[in-house]
Design a protein around this ligand. Structure first.
Ligand code: PMP
Length: 401
């Protein structure tokens, strides 16, 4: 039912839904077997639930009441230890614990984006990131992306054409969602220079950086320019541990922390306290390292399995990226399959028992209609092969129909 007869705020029409999130409930309502390439989440068997249960089972006095808005000190301490291991210089007065990465994005836009402000995003990019910027009235400008991430060299020309400088540049620099691409060091440096020239904040959304399973590391913005006043880093435990915990953090300039606390107090008071203690204990007891080593091995195997299956079943009918970490592979139909419109493929694919997200979901312009985002992290190699076979059946049916 439409709500237009209600006294809605002007921003209400800017609240666009997320195709990705909606697919969770759509898939839950399906009664037939579906290979799930749609959601970007670790599969249940890859979440360390037994260890979690152990911590939740502990007597936890004081852990079921309100906590500090900027986060439980035990978790902040563990986040600092984790960042220190990565060679990142930060401090407790730069860290705010958030309710997942989404809250970090929301806080960034709340602090920096006014209605009508220009926000540069990668094309394609994470749907919910676009949705957050739009919810604050941003005008989104999509900049191209290649195998080395955002094509930073093209930004000056794009911005000149737009006739105004961006307030924010939203980037997913490592194992990008949806493409799997990683922004090169040179481009990170160039982007920092442009942000300084334009006075734009870089919203550095990096949920997958700790999931590198091959290739050499690329230093992050926080390593290249420690404490840079224009870098707002959004992090989450969703991909490295479990998304249902809803625990993440922001690493941002100290002078923003009180504003972040004020904004968060007007949103949710504090992040779920028992979940914060669970994560803090998990890290303190040294489980993260073992866990990451285990899952990264599996993700690498799964990525290779997906690329092998695509080659076997589609031959040169598809091209795909070859990410060195993270969850996603970006596929573009080619050759005999070049005319497939992936939004039209969604329904037959689901009927044939495979779910993936069509390319246009990652853009505001309707682009990428030949592309699909496939999450390789969720399924075993055997299931991945089955999923690709089902995808081919659906694609063949479309071509024949
Ligand atoms: N940013 C990106 C790039 C993501 O892929 C995701 C999760 N899909 C998020 C942010 C949101 O993370 P969370 O689930 O912790 O809110």
């Amino acid at each position: 039912m439409s709500a237009t007869h209600l006294p809605l705020a002007r921003r209400a029409p800017n609240l666009v839904g997320s195709v990705i999130d909606s697919s969770t409930s759509l898939l839950a309502s399906q009664t037939h077997d579906i290979v799930r390439f749609a959601m970007g989440a670790p599969s249940d068997d890859l979440m360390p639930v037994r260890v979690f249960n152990q911590y939740y089972g502990e007597s936890t006095p004081g852990k079921y009441t309100y906590g500090a808005t900027d986060g439980e000190p035990e978790l902040v301490e563990q986040v600092l230890a984790l960042t220190q291991l990565q060679g990142i210089e930060t401090s407790a007065d730069r860290i705010t614990i958030t309710t997942g990465g989404m809250q970090g994005l929301d806080l960034a836009c709340k602090l920096f984006v006014d209605p009508g402000d220009l926000v540069v995003v990668e094309g394609p990019t994470y749907t919910n990131g676009i949705a957050t910027a739009l919810s604050y009235g941003a005008e989104v400008l999509e900049a191209p992306l290649d195998e080395n991430g955002l094509v930073v060299e093209e930004l000056p020309e794009l911005i000149a054409r737009a006739g105004r400088t961006p307030k924010a540049i939203y980037t997913i620099p490592t194992f990008q969602n949806p493409s799997g691409a990683t922004l090169s060091r040179a481009r990170r440096e160039q982007l920092l220079e442009l942000a300084e020239r334009w006075g734009s904040v870089i919203i550095d959304d990096d949920p997958y950086g700790l999931l590198r399973f091959e290739g050499g590391p690329v230093p992050g913005f926080t390593q290249i320019a420690p404490g840079h006043p224009l870098v707002f880093s959004v992090r989450t435990f969703s991909k490295i541990l479990a998304p249902g915990l809803r625990v993440g953090w922001v690493d941002a300039p100290t002078e923003l922390q009180q504003l972040l606390i004020n904004a968060k107090q007007a949103m949710d008071t504090c992040t779920n306290v028992p979940a914060q203690h669970l994560v803090a204990n998990f890290l303190k007891d040294g489980h993260l390292d073992t866990h990451l080593r285990w899952v990264k091995g599996l993700y690498q195997e799964r990525k290779n399995a997906m690329r092998d299956s695509l080659r076997t079943h589609f031959g040169n009918g598809v091209r795909s990226t070859n990410p060195e970490g993270g969850f996603f592979l970006w596929l573009a139909f080619a050759g005999a399959y070049a005319d497939i419109h992936t939004q039209k493929l969604f329904e037959p694919a689901l009927r044939h028992g495979v779910a993936c997200i069509p390319g246009p979901a990652f853009s505001t312009t309707g682009a990428f209609s030949d592309a699909l985002r496939l999450c390789f992290a969720t399924s075993s190699p055997e299931r991945i092969d089955e999923g690709v076979v089902r995808l081919k059946r659906a694609a063949d049916e479309m071509l024949e129909g």
